[in-house]
Each structure stands twice: as structure tokens, then as C-alpha cells.
Design a protein around this ligand. Sequence first.
Ligand code: MRU
Length: 358
Amino acid sequence: MRDRLLAAEKVKAIDWRDGALYLLDQRILPAEEVWLAYADARGVAEAIRSMVVRGAPAIGISAAYGIVLAVRQRLAAGGDWKAALEEDFTVLAESRPTAVNLFWALNRMRERLERLKSTDDPLAVMEAEAISIHESDREANLTMAQLGVELIRKHQGSEQAVLTHCNTGALATGGFGTALGVIRGAWLEGMIERVYADETRPWLQGSRLTAWELANEGIPVTLNADSAAAHLMKTKGITWVIVGADRITANGDVANKIGTYQLAVNAMHHGVRFMVVAPSSTIDMSLASGDDIPIEERAGSELLEVGGQRVGADVDAFNPVFDVTPADLIDAIVTEKGVVERPDTAKMTQLMCRKRLH
Ligand code: MRU
């Protein structure tokens, strides 16, 4: 399946080429495909904040390249370049609060920086570290796809229809996706007949990005309003809800795109299985439970306007963009280190002690 999955890779969101970072502007997809070039950490931080690039792993990878750009700039400026680099770490860390992959990638870059020897070429070493973060995310996607497909096979009944939320595909990762990677794999194996994609209000990652990625690959996809999910579970033979994650805490609670929690509640009610697919860089063992996860709130205009036109009444809008699904609503968390069924603190701790499976 690995080779077939690699052959199916069509879209990418991040391109590191000749020492420069290019990001596919996800704010205007699928209407236009525009690549933007970035030359410094501040620009990359702004790209993350404004959602040119989004999706937990993609944010982390972009931030790592942002540090490489900063190293080049700070070295050229001379003086105490390592001290000056602190400002770049800070500006990138402040770009978005919920996806822990951002902080994980920045920590990895910092650790590498601290291990530099006097004989090292700092720019080459830091670039290699960012590329390795990018490459290992791609590898993790492949392993998770295989593990997720095995899990579906283990529980397979009749024909499968799955429901997904937000965008967890090539646009959100360094490879072809987390939840969407499993869905791609299951489609290639003939185990899925149709994918239902929540439109994912208010930013429409589902209708603009997920539906576009799947349609590009000829995978049957039907778009639905987020509020149709319970009705779909009751009437359309959904067997799995498959989603990604932005942060998973030590007890197995999962922060993901707003609306995920209500999907899990509905799935439990309808006897539909609930799978979370995320690399171990999304797991934050320093937080005991989802109550400790900072939840990003974005501008009310994302709710009150459509295409820049005001459609809502003249009221305040509350726009939290993530929610937390409690571990006891989750059937399985699939990572590149292995699968945790019915997650709890003991199982998550055991998982994080394991090496990667590839
Ligand atoms: O606000 P976004 O688009 O960055 O949110 C993305 C999600 O919530 C995804 O489901 C999550 O990052 C998993 S992506 C592999």
C-alpha cells in the first residue's frame, strides 16, 4: 500500500527550495493556486497567523523553516546571532496557540541549536534539522495510514462510509495527511465507498480544501453542513468518524477543529466508531488533560462575514476555533508509534515510550 499511497501524492502545501520557503496560499484555494515566498521568521509567523498555511503538522514544519531563514539573516548581521535568534523563536511561538506541533518543532530546532559544535556550519545543520522534521512527518503519515487501514479492517462490517472534519490532508501536513491519509489508504484498499466532508464553519477547510483534495484524486466525496452530521450518522451508514488533532494530552483528550466534540458525542449515540489520527508531535504529555489546552479564539468577522461581506446582525460573535473531545468518547488514537484503543493516561504513557514503527 505504501507505494500506492506515494503514487497518489498530488498536492503539497510547503516547498523548501534553494534555501527559500514557499507556501501554497490556502486562504484562496480552490479558486486560485498561488505560491508565496518567505524570507524571514516574521513573514512565516504572519503566514501562520493569517492561515496561508494551517493544519497542525504543516504549521510546525513551516516554523522550523522559519528558524532556518532567521539563522541565515542573523548570521549575516553578525554579532551575537544566537541571542538575536531568540526574537525569532518568540515571534513564531506567538503565531497560533493550540496546535502543539508548532512548539514541538521550535523545541527541536532549539535543541539542535544548543548542540552545535564550533566546527559546524550552523546554517547547514539547522537546515538539515528542518528538512528532517519535514521528512519524518511525511514518513509518519505513511505509517499512520497503514495502521489506520488495519484498524478499519479489524472492525469492518459491510460497505463503509466515513465522515471527516476540517482538513487533515496534504495541505495540513508534510505528506498526504493524517486522518485523510487513512481515508486515502482505505479508499485504495477498496474499503470505503464514500467520504462525507463536514464543510467546517467558519473557515470552510472542509468544503474548500478537503473536498478539493479528495475530488482531485477521484475519491467520492460529498459535502455536508456541519449540522447535518447527526442526521448523516443516522441515515447514511457512516461506520467511522475519522479526524486529526491539534493537541492530545496525557489522558488522551483531543483538541481539534471546533465541531469535533459534537461529532464524537453524536458518534457515541449512533454506535459509530471515532478515530483520531495524529503524529506523536501532536501529543503533549506535559498537560494532564484537555482542560489545560489553550483554545484559540479568532475574529468574530469570520462568523459575521461571508466573502468579506457582512451577513450577520450587528452583534458580538464568539469564535473559538478548536474544542476538546474527552478521551472516553474516542475509540482509537492512531500515531506513527502505534495505535491506542480506548485511550487513557497509562496507555498514552506506554505509547510515548515506544520508538516509531517505521
Ligand atoms: O485552524 P486549522 O485549519 O489550522 O485547524 C486544523 C485542524 O484542526 C486539523 O484537523 C488538525 O490540525 C489536524 S491536521 C493534520
